[in-house]
Structures are given as C-alpha cells and as structure tokens.
Write a protein that binds this ligand. Structure first.
Ligand code: FEO
Length: 398
C-alpha cells in the first residue's frame, strides 16, 4: 500500500503483512501491519521501522515521500524486531551516523540485538525534541510491551505514537478506526488479552499518567493496525477497564476430550450456568485457538477447565493452554476443574493445582468421572455450573 498522509506532513509509511497467521503463538486471523511514520519538518524524523523482511517495502514507501537520505533522525519506540528489524537496512541507507532516539533501555537492547555502534541518543522520560515547527515529547512506557518501550507525543498535531500500546493485529485497506466500526475493538481486545494483560498494572499507571499529563490527543497511532482518530479516548478507557479485570457475568469452559466424556461433562456444567442466566462459552481446545480463548477469559467471571487423563497426565492441549494462561496472569476468576479418566486419573488434580497456582478462587471438589459419565455424574456437573453461577453473581461488579 502507498504512504498515507495522516496529518499535514505526517505520513504513514509502514507495511501490511496480509498473510501472517501466527505471531509467535498468537493467531492473527486478519494479518497485521507494522506501522512506521515519517514526519517532515526542518528536520525529518522516521518513527520506528518494520520487520526485517519488509525493509525494502518500507524504503520504497519512504522514497515516495522523500529521499531516504534526507531523514535526519530515527525514533525507536520499541526494540522488538517487528519494529526494529528494518533498522540495519534503514541506517545503511540514510547514513550510519544519523541519531537514533530511544529510551535508555532501548539503546541497550538495540545494541544487544544488532551489535552496531550507532549514534544512540537515549532520552529521559518527558524529554522533548524540536524538529522545527513540531515538538516531540518522549514518554517512558516500560513493559508496554518491553522494558525499553516508550511513546512519542507530537504536540502541535496532538498525535500519540504509541508503539505496541492500543494496537490491533489487523490488516486491511482501512487506515482509521472510523473506517471499520466496532469490529476493531474486538481486535484491540484480543491484542490486549494476549500481549499486554500480564502488564495490566503498568497499563493502569500509564493511563493515570496520560490523564495526569492532560495530553490533548486527536489521534493515537499504534505500530499495529489502524489509527484511532474518531474517539481516541475510547481505546484509552477500554485499556483502563480491561486492566482492572472486573469480572463480568460470564463463564468460559475450556476443555479437550478423547471419547466425548469430558465433553459431556462440559455441556452439563454449561447447562447449569445457562440455567442461572450466566453468559457461557464452551471452547474445545482443538477448535479454538488459545489466543481467542484468552480474549474471552479476559472479562469472564469464571474459567472452568476440563481434561481427560492421557498417559497419566494432562491432555497436551490442556497443558498448553494452562501454561499460556498462567503466563498472562489473569485475575479475579472463579475456577473449577473436571474431566474423565480410564484408570489412573491424574489430569483433573493437575488442572486444579494449576488453577490454584494462578490464585483463582478454585471450587472444590473437582469432578472426576471414570470412563463415561452417567446421569448422576452429569447431574453433579449441572450443579457445579449452578454453584459457579451463584458465585459469579456474588462477585460481579455491578
Ligand atoms: Fe509489536 Fe512488542 O512488538
């Protein structure tokens, strides 16, 4: 796609990765973009680059706006290589001595990635840079998404270049939120649930800082997906809400099954929840990607996990999901374990221990059924669903 002038003398020059479907374990059903921005002023600045394999495309886009050699400086908001992989190619083209503005940790991390003695200018939080008629302010945003992350705020145009923050893995012909509608919030939610949830407390502090700084924001330009211009505060408020992790009247049942026994149990638990008016989702681990499940877990009041016992342990997909969820550290959940087994039956206990390790409010006893559940066992599952429903209603924030 061609560069787009998103405000006067400010161009989006990044690239679209239409066909990526797996972003280190996150399912990108809609592809993604690696956004980069060119600011034309007395000094010309490039904000961020792209994945290494798209470097030539980035240079082509830049060249459609200005001779790349005229770029005076590069701003690296984030070291992860989907935004820095193009740096060696860019620096080679624009001049290896041109300054790279980044956070202190950015200069360390870029050095660790590229082993180049580039002209780093490590900025302080709140430091400003005048380009001529435009003023940039650098805001430290550690752990959104890496220790080196920072935002860059453009005062005169009221644009916040937010790196990974407020991003979405979405590839399309649209450039702005208002060209898509509410669907984009679902992509933003998935992105938050799978990439930033672990850093929810940092995000809450970040949102407080943004509020305290009283920044005038007309547009937020993340490094992935579309730009927020219709109502930029909508995504900031959504981040605050998601970070708080207040549970909704919603339950997610995640399971795998070998001969449908654990599945029958899952369905009975779901029936108990639904009977009591809880929004319920039943997610088979070989039908749903772990990252889509996490999107639903984000605001659920309960997570109920079922596993058959395979070879004296957890079914592999359940193990995978529990490891993934534990890493993201969701909070404020009621939880329960269930599953069927043949003779040894260790899996349910292991699920339960894993849920306890995540500091969820785990309901005991877990339900374990040998071979195939009969009416009595399915009745217990139904009752478990009802019991969880009661607890969700009690815990739910009005
Ligand atoms: Fe889009 Fe943390 O990189």
């Amino acid at each position: 796609m061609k560069p787009v002038e998103i405000a006067k003398d400010i161009y989006s020059v990044g690239v679209t990765d239409w066909n990526i479907r797996d972003f280190h374990g996150y399912s990108t059903h809609k592809g993604t973009t690696y956004n980069a921005f060119l600011i034309l002023d007395k000094k010309i600045a490039l904000i961020d680059t792209v994945k290494k394999e798209f470097s030539d495309q980035l240079l082509t886009h830049i060249a459609q706006v200005v001779d790349p050699k005229k770029i005076d400086l590069v701003i690296s908001n984030h070291t992860e290589m989907d935004h820095s992989g193009g740096l060696p190619r860019i620096m080679h083209r624009i001049g290896e001595d041109k300054p790279i503005y980044c956070s202190k940790l950015g200069s360390k991390n870029l050095t660790r990635h590229f082993r180049q003695k580039w002209n780093y200018h490590a900025v302080e939080n709140g430091e400003t840079l005048n380009l001529g008629s435009k003023t940039l302010t650098f805001l430290e945003t550690r752990m959104v998404h890496w220790p080196d992350s920072m935002f860059t705020y453009l005062l005169e145009d009221k644009i916040l270049f937010s790196s990974d923050g407020f991003g979405q893995h979405y590839a399309g012909s649209e450039k702005f939120d208002d060209q898509i509608g509410d669907e984009i919030m679902l992509h933003a939610k998935k992105y938050f649930a799978n990439i930033l949830l672990l850093y929810a407390s940092n995000i809450l502090r970040l949102v407080e800082n943004v509020n305290r700084l009283n920044l005038d924001i007309d547009m937020i330009c993340p490094d992935h997906g579309v730009f927020w211009r219709k109502d930029p505060w909508k995504i900031i408020h959504a981040y605050a809400k998601w970070s708080e992790q207040k549970p909704k009247r919603k339950a997610v049942i995640v399971y795998d099954t070998m001969w449908h026994s654990t599945e029958k149990m899952a369905e009975s638990i779901a029936a108990g929840l639904i009977e009591k008016g809880i929004q319920t989702k039943l997610m088979h681990l070989r039908k749903w990607h772990r990252s889509d499940i996490m999107t639903d877990v984000l605001d659920a009041g309960a997570i109920i996990v079922g596993s058959p016992t395979l070879n004296n342990g957890l079914f592999p997909t359940v193990s995978d999901f529990l490891t993934y969820m534990q890493g993201l550290r969701p909070k404020n959940k009621i939880a329960a374990a269930f599953g069927s087994y043949g003779w040894s039956g260790e899996a349910v206990k292991q699920v339960q221990q894993s849920l306890q390790a995540m500091e969820f409010d785990v309901i005991e006893p877990a339900i374990r059924v040998q071979y195939v559940p009969g009416d009595k066992s399915l009745g217990q599952c139904f009752e478990l669903g009802e019991k969880i429903a009661g607890k969700i209603k009690k815990n739910r924030t009005p």
